[in-house]
Design a protein around this ligand. Structure first.
Ligand code: BGC
Length: 365
């Protein structure tokens, strides 16, 4: 008996320290079993909203939930998933940091018959990925390309005119970043081929333009280096930007060099983005950032909750894509692919404010 109590004590101390590593974790009681939710970081606006909306959805259906944020640290995320398994989680929703780094713990999930859901970011390097719920990232990339095309009015470019752009990518360990880049480049390629756009730095391949952990400060440093190396005698007309904080950082660098909204000689570069964060909506309304991509996290959260509930209730989820995503060379991950929306000043109110995604005041109306 003493030994048993000791084991129990050790286990609860271990669990306590595992949870202490996460940030702002929260649990809830509920009768239908435990669902683990693990998000990459609480330091980015979107993952907070994602985590909490997924948690609320499961709470409403009567599940018990355990929501953890992993501080962008892979070992923390692994321990959090292990702790959820120890607590008997029936399913774990995983917003990964490095999608390829969780193979061992995903094996433990499979051994425990716990359903794994890759949330927004694909999990790779493991056959133990049951479902993937995300936005159609290739389309997101195509939309990022379209933002550059529309923002610079490339289809109406005067004959002989070439616009200078630079390319920025997301984190090289996030599968989404590569897919998005490929989608964007498909749209931009004909304009490169026709000479309507060019990249003065010559930096176009994904590994060169990638931004580790989507870090806006790193992207800003790269932009500043590009400005001083390649733009002393020309203007930067636009950027392909994969993420709102990166867009805002690039616009800051440009402003520091005299680029200004509405300037006839040095207008701010056209910049898109992704995630529709409050600061970018405000910037779009102010006429600075040109556009962003809204991936409605409420829809993603609701779709995830519905899918998991169906699976745990023995139903077969409908509408899954069985071709686009694999977690190994051979393991197809059944995927639910949602649609994003391009947001510019023209539809900011209807797409963002009227749908309740952000308030009018947040968007600067
Ligand atoms: C997500 C984006 C997000 C980025 C940075 C990507 O995996 O799909 O929505 O902007 O990570 O967090």
């Amino acid at each position: 008996m003493k030994k048993f109590l000791l084991v129990l004590l050790v286990l609860s101390v271990a669990l306590g320290s595992v949870f202490a590593n996460g940030q702002q974790g929260g649990g809830s009681a509920g009768g239908k079993g435990l669902i683990g939710i693990v998000m990459p970081t609480s330091a980015e606006e979107r993952w907070n909203i994602d985590g909490n909306s997924v948690k609320e959805g499961f709470d409403k259906l009567g599940y018990q939930t355990d929501l953890q944020f992993s501080n962008n640290d892979i070992p923390t995320q692994v321990s959090q998933i292990e702790a959820m398994l120890l607590k008997g989680a029936k399913a774990i929703v995983i917003g990964s940091i490095d999608g390829s780094a969780l193979g061992d713990v995903l094996q433990k999930c499979a051994d425990a018959k716990c359903i794994t859901i890759a949330y927004d970011r694909l999990l790779t390097n493991s056959p133990n990925v049951d479902y993937y719920v995300t936005f159609d990232n290739y389309k997101v990339g195509q939309h990022m390309g379209k933002i550059v095309v529309d923002g610079l009015k490339l289809d109406q470019a005067p004959a002989g005119k070439t616009y200078n752009i630079e390319l920025f990518g997301g984190s090289p360990d996030d599968n989404n970043a590569v897919v998005v880049y490929n989608g964007a480049m498909e749209i931009l390629k004909p304009y490169f081929d026709k000479g309507v756009i060019t990249v003065p730095s010559g930096q176009t391949d994904f590994q060169t333009i990638a931004t580790m952990r989507w870090d806006a400060a790193e992207a800003q440093k790269r932009m500043e280096n590009l400005f001083s190396a390649f733009y002393t005698d020309k203007n930067l007309d636009g950027v392909l930007s994969p993420y709102d904080p990166i867009s805002l950082a690039i616009l800051e660098s440009a402003k520091g060099l005299g680029y200004a909204k509405g300037s006839a000689t040095k207008p701010l570069p056209v910049a898109g983005g992704q995630d529709c964060i409050v600061a970018s909506c405000k910037s779009i309304n102010d006429g600075e950032q040109y556009a962003t991509i809204l991936k409605d996290t409420r829809q993603l959260g609701a779709a995830t909750v519905k899918l998991v509930d169906e699976v745990l209730s023995g139903k077969t989820p409908a509408g899954l894509d069985m071709a686009q995503y694999k977690s190994t060379d051979t393991h197809v991950v059944p995927s639910l692919l949602l649609e994003d929306t391009i947001v510019t000043k023209a539809n900011l109110k209807s797409a963002v404010v009227d749908t309740g995604y952000h308030t009018a005041a947040e968007c600067g109306f």
